[in-house]
Design a protein around this ligand. Structure first.
Ligand code: NAD
Length: 272
């Protein structure tokens, strides 16, 4: 079901399917997206300081009347808040904006050269202090993760990266698997730019599902958690409605073979 979970390396469960709220700054839109998601059964919301909507997310969760502890909430430390002390402060601000006592998952949004190791040490402190149930990173390549392994105590529990059939990330995926780091897909739908792929169209006809649903099902079957974004209640429901069919292993492979190393977002090795 939509409440299926993966278990992170520290034993914390994270729902496979979440709702992304990037660029949802309009209060009504945000409220619609979050409330229709929670009503449909989503229990995982992905926000970030830089999305400027933590306050609205917190409010929408409260208004939903689903108990806080049943919802998995992720937020992220933005690039200009990195470094040890700044990250601790940024975390407190996010907590205040969300109006919550704890966060389920706190991520380093991008590997900022020179500061991400110190930022990670701050996340370790927040974790040890019990302010966050799990800690992880976003947009980290193996060499960034290796720096963390070399200099820190705790391994990230999750890495949220751009992932869709045109960017299937085989090396990064194998590396994360080896280190027990869950991969999570951002822009899982390539922002709507690959629905006409013949492989997807054919499978969509076979299963009576949309290409978006085929892609999201592929995420789940490749062991990745996924956070598609939509502001329309219908699409939020459509994206969550992928737990009543299964792709065959050949079909999963055919989708994976669409990989062409094509990004819609920034290259993590080019952030400054
Ligand atoms: P996405 O691939 O989820 O695409 C979203 C867009 O696809 C929507 O705006 C809509 O136009 C379209 N869409 C959604 N559902 C559809 C459907 N069923 N049918 C047809 N079209 C549909 O892209 P995204 O918003 O970039 O990524 C999802 C989430 O990932 C974000 O909201 C955010 O939470 C997260 N994210 C994280 C990072 C990062 O650096 N960590 C970067 C980008 C996004």
């Amino acid at each position: 079901s939509i409440q299926d979970t993966y278990t992170l390396s520290n034993g914390i469960k994270i729902p496979v399917m979440g709702l992304g709220v990037y660029k949802n700054v309009d209060e009504t839109e945000l409220e619609t997206a979050v409330s229709s998601a929670l009503e449909f059964g989503y229990r995982h919301i992905d926000t970030a300081k830089v999305y400027k909507n933590e306050k609205g997310v917190g409010r929408a969760i409260k208004n939903s009347r689903v108990p806080r502890e049943e919802i998995f909430v992720t937020t992220k430390v933005w690039n200009n808040d990195q470094g040890y002390e700044n990250t601790l402060k940024a975390f407190d601000r996010s907590l205040k904006e969300l109006d919550m006592d704890y966060i389920d998952l706190y991520l380093i949004h991008w590997p900022m050269p020179g500061t991400y190791v110190d930022t990670w040490k701050a996340l370790e402190k927040l974790y040890k202090d019990g302010k966050v149930r799990a800690i992880g990173v976003s947009n980290f390549n193996p060499h960034h993760l290796q720096d963390i392994f070399n200099e820190c105590e705790i391994k990230p529990m999750l890495n949220q990266v751009e992932y869709h059939p045109h960017l299937a990330q085989p090396e990064l995926k194998a590396f994360c698997k080896e280190h027990d780091i869950l991969l999570e897909a951002w822009s899982p739908l390539k922002r709507g730019r690959m629905f006409d792929e013949p492989v997807l169209v054919k499978l969509s006809e076979k299963y009576g599902k949309t290409p978006a649903q085929i892609i999201l099902r592929w995420d789940v079957e490749t062991g990745v958690s996924t956070i598609p974004k939509s502001v329309s209640a219908d699409r939020v429901r459509e994206n969550g409605d992928i737990f009543d069919f299964e792709l065959t292993s050949e079909e999963v492979e055919a989708i994976t073979a669409l990989d062409r190393h094509e990004r819609v977002g920034k290259d993590p090795d080019k952030v400054t």
